[in-house]
Design a protein around this ligand. Structure first.
Ligand SMILES: NC(=O)c1ccc[n+]([C@@H]2O[C@H](COP(=O)([O-])OP(=O)(O)OC[C@H]3O[C@@H](n4cnc5c(N)ncnc54)[C@H](O)[C@@H]3O)[C@@H](O)[C@H]2O)c1
Length: 276
């Protein structure tokens, strides 16, 4: 059993795929958890946890849920590409409610950001955490905005935050791209625990991928400060997945994959030198 926080930890999006996996992991470590989601929690609520159904748009309820919490692990919101109007409430206004609650409680925010905030970097590049945001849709744009909100609340109010640019966090990788971007559930859960338990984090970024040989794209992040190193690897799936590519030139060119190709309307790719 690892160390435990001294105060409760609020998890938003607890009924989602990552929320359920993380709840199981942290409850087994004996953590006191406050779980919330707009959907009902589909599993038995573990000992040491309670669940409240709530909309991230409801700022008063979010404030109440965050009372006395040490950290907020913010996984809730729209998690795929959707029209702008569907994203703005949960992912932008909801995030504001999370940061206001964190400010009031002096709590740390751990934000599930995404590789889609930088999706239009080419796969031939190697980029650091300080790279330029190049979102690949309205979803990725909301994640870039979320990271910037973290910057604002750190510099202006001293609210600590860790922004995890998650690659592909699923039980198993399912295509060639995920041989680079896959993050196992156990690596994800151990990272989240370190984000809460590490003494001082300031406002920082971590790339969320397991120890995959093909992950040559992402470097230089806060993992050492957090004391986290991924233990799992997609490499064992290489034999069965290496040939599993889409054939779409936009999807295969950029880090964001299929999200880049969605609704793409340029006749030719953007010249890289204009972005340097
Ligand atoms: N799974 C991945 O590979 C991956 C990659 C990059 C980023 N992320 C991010 O990690 C987080 C968790 O991902 P996931 O795969 O578990 O997604 P998910 O869609 O399974 O979970 C998101 C949860 O947020 C809840 N939610 C949506 N709107 C809400 C609202 N208005 N109020 C309250 N709750 C609301 C949903 O009901 C859902 O349970 C998301 O923020 C996602 O963007 C995931």
């Amino acid at each position: 059993m690892t160390d435990r926080p001294t105060k409760p930890v609020l998890i938003t999006g607890a009924a989602g795929n990552l929320g359920r996996a993380l709840t199981k992991f942290l409850a087994a470590e004996g953590w006191t958890l406050r779980l919330t989601d707009i959907m009902a929690f589909p599993d038995a609520v573990p000992i040491g946890a309670d669940f409240t159904k709530a909309d991230l748009n409801d700022g008063v309820t979010i404030l109440r849920l965050a009372e006395t919490c040490q950290a907020i692990i913010h996984l809730g919101g729209v998690s795929v590409e959707r029209p702008f109007e569907e994203i703005i409430g949960p992912n932008i206004r909801g995030l504001f409610h999370i940061y206001e609650a964190a400010r009031r409680e002096d709590a740390r925010v751990i934000f599930a950001s995404s590789n889609h905030s930088i999706g239009f970097h080419e796969r031939t590049e190697t980029i650091g955490a300080d790279t330029q945001f190049q979102p690949d849709g309205f979803y990725g744009l909301s994640k870039a905005y979320g990271e910037l909100m973290g910057r604002l609340y750190w510099f202006k109010h001293g609210v600590e935050n860790v922004n995890i640019r998650i690659g592909s966090c699923f039980p198993e990788p399912v295509n060639a791209r995920m041989l680079a971007t896959w993050l196992s559930y156990p690596d994800f859960s151990r990272l989240m625990a370190r984000c809460v338990l590490t003494g001082k984090v300031g406002s920082c970024v971590v790339w969320g991928a397991s120890n995959n040989k093909r992950m040559t794209w992402w470097r230089s992040d806060a993992r050492e400060t957090l004391g986290w190193a991924p233990q799992d690897s997609a490499d064992t799936f290489a034999g069965q997945l290496a040939g599993k590519v889409s054939g779409d030139p936009v999807e295969e060119r950029y880090m964001g994959g299929a999200f880049c190709a969605m609704g793409y309307s340029r006749s030719a790719p953007a010249p890289a030198e204009l972005f340097d």
